[in-house]
Design a protein around this ligand. Sequence first.
Ligand SMILES: [Zn+2]
Length: 119
Amino acid sequence: MQNDDIRLQLVRQFPAEVVEARDNRNEVYYACPTCSRAVSMGMDKCTGCTQVLSWKNINQAVSANGTRKAIIEFEVASDFTTGNCRKCPISYIGRNDSGSVYECPLKMRGSCKIKFLNE
Ligand SMILES: [Zn+2]
């Protein structure tokens, strides 16, 4: 077996979010994020490519107050710590009465919710 195959198999063991899609009759169906085959609701593994599936975001899709949760991934410097707006790649410099401050585009200054992956 080639290294690439082993790597791919490893990657597929990690749950990946199913993709919500619409067929040509405009009906919603769910698809494997790896091979795009249709999967049935709640399946834990794609029968096509063995990708382990996650349904977390789909289940959260309709919540009581009408909001959805979203996640973005970006890289931070190795010495970045949560709440360190100065080192944060998404912060920008704004102005207030006392001069310039690092502003958070997600309005999380002082209550930073950034979590690190692979910790
Ligand atoms: Zn698949």
